[in-house]
Structure formats: C-alpha cells, structure tokens
Design a protein around this ligand. Structure first.
Ligand code: FAD
Ligand code: EPU
Length: 342
C-alpha cells in the first residue's frame, strides 16, 4: 500500500510515499524516525511542501511537522520569540502584529512552516529571516538531544544556510528564536515600499501593501499549483553584469555586499520569449516568469522538462546557469537537481 502526496506539496504533483504521518509533538516525531529506522526506510520531513518538487515516488516515510507552540519574553530593548517549528509562518506574523511586535511584516504571506524558514533563509521585500533570527534549535532524531545554533553560526546567505548541507536525515529543526527591537524601524528599501514616509508609515501599512502585491502577482497554491520562485536569481561578476547592461540597459541588476551582482532570473526568462510558455501540463506563470505552475495536471516530468528548456535558453542567450531554488525529492530523499535540468 502507498500514500498519495499530491495534497502535501504545493505544486500538487502526483507522487506517493510508503506512509505519511503527522507529528504533533517531539515524541511522535521521534517514534516515526524509529519506525523508519526499524524498516530501513528513509524519512522526509515536510512543513507545507511549498518548496519541494517530487521527481519520483518517495520510497520512505513522510513526516508532516505540526509541532506547535510559542513563548514570548522581553528585555528592556527587545522582544524574544521562541516558536516551535510546525507553526505557520504567515499566521505567526499576524499574531505578532496583533501583540504589537513589529519587524517581520515584510515577510508576510510566505507559505510554509516556521521551521522551514531558516533552511533557505526565506526572504522578500528587503528582509531575510537572518535579520530577525536569534537562534535555531535542532533535535537529534536518534537521541532527542536538542542543540542551539546561534544565528551567527547558521551561515545564512541568499536562499542558503547550514541546514541545506548538514543535519539532514539525522536532525530536525524543532524551534526558532526570533528577536525584535522594541523600537521599530521600517524596512523600505524595496522599490514598491519606497513611496512610504519612514516617519509616518505603520507596520500594518507595510503588511497590507505586501499582502496586496503578493496576492496580485503570485499564484495561490491552493488554486494553481506552484512552489514560488523555481530558480534563484543568479549572482554574477560585475564584468559579466556590465556586458549584459551595455546590450540591455533595462536589465534589472542589484549590487550585493560581496561586490557581485544579482540579476533578475524572471527578466532573463522573459528575454528568451518564454513568459507563459507551456510544456505538457506545466507553464511559466504569465504574471511572474520565475514561477513555474502546474497548469493542467502536470507530472514531475513536465515541470522538469519545462525547467530544462528555460535553463538551456538562458544559457544559450546569456551564458548564465539558473540554479533551482526548489528542492528536488527523489526515491530516497533530496537529490541534486543539476543532473535533471542541465
Ligand atoms: P517544505 O517545502 O515542506 O520543506 C522544504 C525543505 O525543508 C525540505 O527539504 C524539507 O525536508 C525540509 N524541512 C522542512 N521542515 C523541516 C524541519 N523542521 N527540519 C529540517 N528540515 C525540514 N520563499 C522565500 O524565501 N520568499 C518568498 O517570497 C517565497 N514566496 C513563495 C510564494 C509561494 C506562492 C510559494 C508556493 C512559495 C514561496 N516561497 C518563498 C518558498 C517557500 O514558501 C519557503 O521555502 C518556505 O520556507 C517553505 O516552507 P515549507 O514548510 O513549505 O517547507
Ligand atoms: N521581472 C521581469 N519579469 C517578470 C517578473 C519580474 O522582468 O515576470 C523583473 C522586474 O524588473 C522586477 C524584477 O524582475 O522588478 C524583480 O521581480 P520581483 O520583485 O517579482 O522579484 P523576483 O526577483 O522575481 C524575488 C524572490 C521572491 C520574493 C520577491 C520579493 C528569489 C528567487 N525570489 O523574486 O521569493 O518574494 O523577490 O522580494 O529571490 C521565492 O523565493 O519563492 C519567492 C517568491
């Protein structure tokens, strides 16, 4: 017997697993790990499945993390939030706003669990998780020992952290510590937020503006299957960026702290004439070319083939490789996407 994963991945891709379990506490998380070990099966921990693409049936046990809870403490200057990893990220932001704790509003409406947020250092509209993260607690699935990793040791970078490389299969993120200054200062660096006056803008205004833009620009996964940006925005050398700028003066480019340049992958895809392009049941979303959608019962092969076409076109025209942001899950767990889309 196998279990269907379609409802557990926001792409809505059909795939199955040996079994699926919901963990609502540490004991049940541990128990599922032991069950899998006894049966010599791999495990896959999922939050909302909003950043994964199944590229095969998963021959193991899927554990859906719903370990919830929140503790609040304060010092003179800061709020400290200790939140369990199965909480919903967006609902947490709403809760904090209601309590008068501000600073996470730019990350509104990012789907997924709190525990998944540090893994790719979620980011949007000028803010990244690393800017508000104090620590990440991980639990050893074998011994239940909990270890605290301070934010400075998480190696947070653009869509990257230590958790993408270490602790997989042996540990789970069990809780995250967030820190907010009691003196709120708005993050208005992103273009669409520059219209606000920093002296008068409220966190609620920023929250509402971001929710409105996201609702308008991004497909709602419960209506149109997707996993957000399929690729990362490539980070290239200044020389390469300048060459592109000379030929295409409108090319959106953003200087990074390491003197490299981030270039818009959506723009690169648009330049190849691929906005709205379809392959089988998969398509490039018409309002945002970085998002691949499950338009019509797409299979994982449709999504992979579409991604391959986009990548080949962008390489041919700009000599830039698009690295997937979405995590590819194969028979036994996460796999390297390169061999699928190069
Ligand atoms: P899942 O997809 O369930 O898991 C992702 C990976 O983390 C998997 O490899 C899984 O095994 C692992 N994992 C999950 N939980 C744990 C745990 N507790 N311990 C250890 N490993 C774990 N991302 C952004 O950064 N910015 C955006 O603006 C953004 N917008 C999006 C918009 C849409 C419409 C969608 C669909 C996605 C968007 N994303 C965005 C991507 C996604 O929301 C984030 O990556 C999110 O953090 C994924 O959370 P999840 O719980 O769904 O993770
Ligand atoms: N653009 C195009 N064509 C498009 C869309 C955008 O040319 O179809 C150009 C425009 O010039 C636009 C620029 O690209 O100004 C940037 O677009 P946008 O603001 O939509 O952001 P993005 O770079 O496409 C990134 C993140 C999103 C995040 C937004 C907002 C990555 C991979 N993606 O998208 O994160 O929400 O910025 O900060 O960095 C995700 O990670 O899943 C995700 C949705």
């Amino acid at each position: 017997m196998t279990f269907e994963l379609k409802l557990f991945n926001s792409f809505g891709i059909k795939a199955n697993a040996v079994s699926i379990h919901i963990a609502r506490n540490i004991q049940s998380l541990h128990q599922q790990y032991i069950n899998a070990k006894n049966k010599q099966l791999p495990i896959l921990l999922l939050g909302y499945g909003s950043n994964v693409l199944f590229v095969d049936n998963f021959k193991g046990i899927v554990i859906i993390n719903r370990i919830k809870g929140l503790k609040l403490s304060e010092t003179n200057k800061f709020w400290h939030i200790h939140v369990y990893s199965g909480e919903n990220w967006h609902k947490l932001i709403i809760k904090l706003l209601k309590k008068g704790i501000y600073g996470a509003e730019n990350l509104a409406m990012i789907p997924g669990c709190v525990g998944s947020a540090p893994i790719q250092n979620i980011g949007a509209y000028g803010l990244e998780l690393k800017d508000i993260c104090e620590y990440v607690d991980i639990i050893s699935l074998k011994t239940k020992e909990i270890n605290r990793i301070s934010a400075s040791k998480c190696n947070f970078k653009y869509r990257d952290s230590i958790f993408k490389y270490r602790y997989k299969q042996t540990h789970a993120i069990i809780s995250v510590g967030l820190i907010f200054s009691k003196i709120w200062s708005p993050k208005l660096s992103y273009d669409i937020l520059k219209k606000f006056n920093p002296l008068t803008v409220t966190p609620q205004q920023i929250f509402k503006t971001i929710c409105k833009i996201r609702k308008n620009k991004l497909p709602n996964p419960s209506v149109i299957g997707n996993a957000g940006s399929f690729f990362k925005n490539p980070i290239i050398s200044i020389e390469q960026a300048q060459k592109i700028k000379q030929k295409y003066p409108n090319c959106p480019q953003y200087i990074q702290s390491n003197s490299k340049i981030k270039i818009s992958a959506a723009w690169l895809i648009d330049q190849c004439g691929l906005k709205g392009f379809e392959f089988g049941g998969a398509a490039v979303y018409i309002k945002q070319s970085l998002i691949l959608i499950n338009k019509n019962n797409a299979s994982w092969k449709d999504i992979i083939n579409l991604a391959k076409i986009l990548n080949k076109s962008v390489i041919a025209r700009f000599n830039i490789f698009l690295e997937p942001e979405v995590r590819f899950i194969g028979k036994k767990g996460e796999i390297n996407p390169m061999k699928y889309i190069s």
